[in-house]
Design a protein around this ligand. Structure first.
Ligand code: ADP
Ligand code: MG
Length: 456
């Protein structure tokens, strides 16, 4: 494979993988050579090589074999920083082949943390009741003033923004205090490096390096629970840094006292700083996050119409975690742009069947009807009855709309619950309320109020 061919593959990957993944994982690769069926790439750290090989190995190989059928395998080698990175397509001639690469990464590589995700900044972090404390604490640490709470311990369920906040702190520190040596890594990487240092008899280097950082961030620390030697080393590193007044930021998926198999002395050290949790998201936060992401997507897919009520629907229905929420939105925009249709309720239901089914709400049609009838002070029999006067028809449409939003029942099924109405009538009702919500503040408020009380 020539550098030019690699350049083409890179360009294609940047389109298919998306800018973030591409920048984090593919851009740092340097193509070295192909020989004897092996394509060799240089990577800045072992971790990156492992990650790329596990997550993008197949994609890379299949791309490469399209132009170079003889390649059967990809290998990664750690190369030092002096080597030119990303020679790019402008180099027609092959770049010098890497000198015999050292079998082990230089010791200094131990200090390379995880690549920071460009998307994970304070700007892109939506603040709501469930995360405002964690956000405020992270902000304070990121200002880099005198160390007030040490460590900062952030905990919360999966996908609630722990890693996002940690990267945001690192980004902020990088701009505010570029002289600081900030190390951000996962507990898993910590262990990996520790084990490697043991194996290579480089413990002294390991210790020195970890003790030379100004800010240490260890993500998902629950990982080292039960791994005695790693815990031990972590504890010593931790103490050394705290003694030097260096800031430590830790995250875990649960509170320190809930992490089993964690040594007591570590637990109490972890609790000695500020412990803040990220609560499960509420509707408002989910909607805020969706709105902010939808804005980004609308720029990525100009001209794509997002119908009113869709984000509200998703925020109400997908309660699991932010990652799932984001995934749903990503898929929705990609799907809509592919089929060239506006993102309306039908398309949403079709495209997200699996996700919606998983997070199926327990709200029943009967419950919705009862609440709506109560709210508009009409009888249930009138709500589902045949009379078409506005006093009954409007609440009926609101109820149909809520049934469509809050349950996974099909239009015909909903129709059956409303005195055997046709599914087209239900569809008309749903559309009508979608439109009215834009024009009529009162209706919008009614719907919102009802939805909230049904979800409570
Ligand atoms: P955790 O580390 O707690 O499992 P992450 O930090 O990886 O969760 O967050 C999962 C995804 O959700 C990320 O893409 C992140 O950007 C996004 N996310 C989580 N909380 C928020 C928030 N408050 N505002 C914006 N995006 C968020
Ligand atoms: Mg995380």
């Amino acid at each position: 494979m020539t550098q030019e061919q690699w350049g083409t593959i890179r360009d294609e990957l940047s389109k298919t993988l998306g800018a973030n993944s591409f920048q984090s994982w593919i851009e740092p690769l340097t193509f070295i050579e192909t020989s004897e069926g092996i394509a060799r790439f240089g990577v800045p750290t072992n971790f990156l090589g492992n990650y790329v090989s596990q997550n993008y190995g197949d994609v890379l190989l299949s791309k490469i074999t399209q132009t170079n059928p003889s390649v059967r395998r990809i290998e990664f080698e750690v190369v030092t920083a002096e080597r030119p990175k990303n020679p790019g397509v402008q180099h027609d001639a092959p770049v010098p082949v890497a000198p015999a690469v050292a079998a082990q990464p230089p010791v200094n590589d131990v200090l390379a943390g995880s690549p920071l995700d460009k998307r994970f900044t304070f700007d892109s972090f939506v603040v709501g009741k469930p995360n405002e404390l964690a956000h405020a604490a992270a902000k304070r640490v990121a200002e880099g003033g005198p160390v007030t709470f040490n460590p900062l311990f952030l905990y919360g369920g999966v996908g609630l923004g722990k890693t996002h906040l940690m990267h945001a702190i690192a980004w902020e520190l990088r701009t505010r205090q570029p002289h600081l040596n900030v190390l951000n890594l996962s507990a898993e990487q910590f262990m990996y490096r520790f084990v490697q240092a043991l194996r290579d008899r480089k413990m002294m280097d390991f210790k020195q390096l970890f003790r030379s950082v100004d800010v240490l961030m260890v993500d998902d620390v629950q990982f080292i629970a039960g791994k005695d030697n790693t815990q031990d080393e972590f504890f010593h590193t931790f103490n050394a840094l705290v003694d030097q007044q260096k800031q430590i930021i830790i995250s875990a998926d649960r509170a320190p006292d809930e992490i089993k198999a964690l040594e007591n002395r570590i637990r109490s050290r972890l609790q000695s700083g500020l412990v803040v949790d990220l609560h499960p998201t509420d509707y408002e936060l989910r909607l805020g996050i969706l709105q902010s992401k939808a804005e980004t997507y609308s720029q990525m897919y100009p001209g794509l119409e997002l119908c009113p009520g869709i984000l509200e629907f998703l925020a109400a229905r997908i309660v699991s975690n932010v990652r799932v929420l984001e995934g749903a939105l990503t898929r929705l925009f990609a799907f809509a742009s592919l089929v060239g249709k506006p993102i309306n309720m039908d398309l949403t239901q079709e495209c997200l069947t699996d996700i919606l089914r998983e997070s199926e709400r327990k709200v029943s049609i009967e419950e919705i009807q009862r609440k709506v009838a109560d709210h508009y002070l009409i009888r249930h029999s009138d709500l589902v009855g045949p009379k078409r006067i506005r006093t009954f028809a409007r609440p009926r449409q609101v109820a149909m709309y809520l049934c469509k939003q809050l349950t996974t029942r099909s239009l015909p099924e909903i129709g059956r619950h409303f005195g055997g109405r046709d599914h087209t009538t239900v569809m008309h009702g749903v559309r009508r309320i979608e439109e009215l919500r834009k024009q009529d503040a009162q209706i919008d408020e009614d719907v919102e109020l009802l939805r909230r009380s049904l979800e409570a």
